[in-house]
Design a protein around this ligand. Sequence first.
Ligand code: FES
Length: 75
Amino acid sequence: MYVCLCHGFTDRDVRGAISGGCHSVAAVYRHLADRPQCGKCVPEVRGMLSEQRRANHGGGACAPCASVAQAESQA
Ligand code: FES
């Protein structure tokens, strides 16, 4: 299912980013598309992050994924 029509990414893409270590809405966008355009998909991404945290991490934070860690180290 498409989550973001502006950038064309799916729930599978978001779940892959989250399982790869993206632990915030901003990290998911940096990993998949740089930043939201219209923002209509942000609540869905936020919900998927919350769902994944509850399921996998008990609400704890994850290490950043490789692409986010690289972007953050260059900032
Ligand atoms: Fe994702 Fe517009 S639907 S930025």
